[in-house]
Design a protein around this ligand. Structure first.
Ligand code: ASP
Length: 290
């Protein structure tokens, strides 16, 4: 995250917390809270989710999202969708209204339309900043004969975890994926247990970062299992980042919450925007546990 984007990121995650909190305050479910929080960040062009996402190799936005409920283990995911402003809304429809868990591409868009979501044009999701970012990256990669896949550059997937008054937890994650990814490439974000996981018996988890290493470790589930074994979320979040680095040389960030309201935030990148609110306290920032 470059210096000049720090404020926008902090404002973005604060707005997301406020939206989630509005749901919880009126006695709403954690599941609704994480959906509303993620919608705010999908709508915010600052982040790599919804409009303003990184572009794939063909200059298109291709989005992935997952939402999961800890009480029931119901989950809904979409992958490689190109015409949905809020993929997390479609994921929620899958969770609530389908016997299936995961839809991709045109099938996901068709399901979304049949369940009340509107389609947009792919161009509606593209902003000039991202056209320029892709152009610069491809020019540099071509001139240096570099790998055209861009794992080392900025990651900006969004995610939320919440605990409601009934003691239930939920998680949601949404992304435009990695800059210059191959069309059809799916990252960790929308895969259960990789970029997102929620189980009342362990924890709600959302991850961001370079998707391939995170997938290889099934990192969200790995972290939740540490909590089920009796560890604290703060420790498990940091351990997950250590494991990611040591085992597969990956980088990213993670948010973790258990049913007691204990949470952890960690990243092994220089920065990751985060914000939280509890009945007692609230805070936001871009550096943690370094
Ligand atoms: N985790 C995402 C992916 O690999 C990218 C990101 O976090 O920016 O698709």
């Amino acid at each position: 995250m470059p210096d000049d984007m720090v404020e926008a990121h902090i404002n973005g995650v604060r707005n997301a917390v406020a939206a989630g909190w509005r749901v919880l305050e009126r006695g709403g479910a954690a599941l609704d809270a994480v959906e509303e929080a993620v919608v705010i960040m999908e709508d915010d062009e600052t982040f790599d989710a919804g409009r303003g996402s990184f572009l794939n190799r063909d200059g298109k936005v291709q989005l992935d999202a997952l939402i999961m409920e800890g009480a029931t283990l119901r989950a809904g995911g979409v992958g490689c969708v190109e015409r949905l402003r809020n993929p997390v809304r479609a994921a929620r429809k899958i969770l609530s209204e389908s016997p299936h868990v995961y839809f991709v591409s045109e099938g996901a868009e068709r399901f979304a339309v049949e369940h009340g979501c509107e389609l947009c044009r792919n161009e509606d999701l593209i902003i000039p900043r991202e056209i320029e970012r892709l152009r610069q990256y491809q020019a540099e990669a071509n001139s240096q004969g570099k790998d055209l896949f861009a794992p080392a550059v900025s990651h900006d997937t969004v995610g939320a975890v919440a605990l409601d008054g009934d003691g239930n937890i939920a998680a949601a994650t949404s992304t435009g994926g990695t800059l210059n990814k191959a069309p059809g490439r799916l990252g960790d974000s929308s895969l259960i247990g990789c970029g997102c996981y929620a189980n009342n018996e362990s924890a709600a988890v959302s991850t961001t970062g370079w998707g391939e290493p995170i997938m290889k470790l099934v990192l969200a589930k790995w972290t939740a299992d540490r909590i089920a074994a009796g560890n604290m979320p703060e420790w498990a979040a940091q351990e997950a980042m250590n494991y990611l680095q040591q085992r597969v040389n990956g980088h990213g960030g993670i948010i973790v919450l258990n049913t007691e309201g204990k949470f952890g935030i960690a990243h092994n990148t220089p920065r990751m925007a985060w914000a939280y609110k509890t009945t007692e306290t609230q805070d936001a920032g871009v550096e943690r546990g370094q």
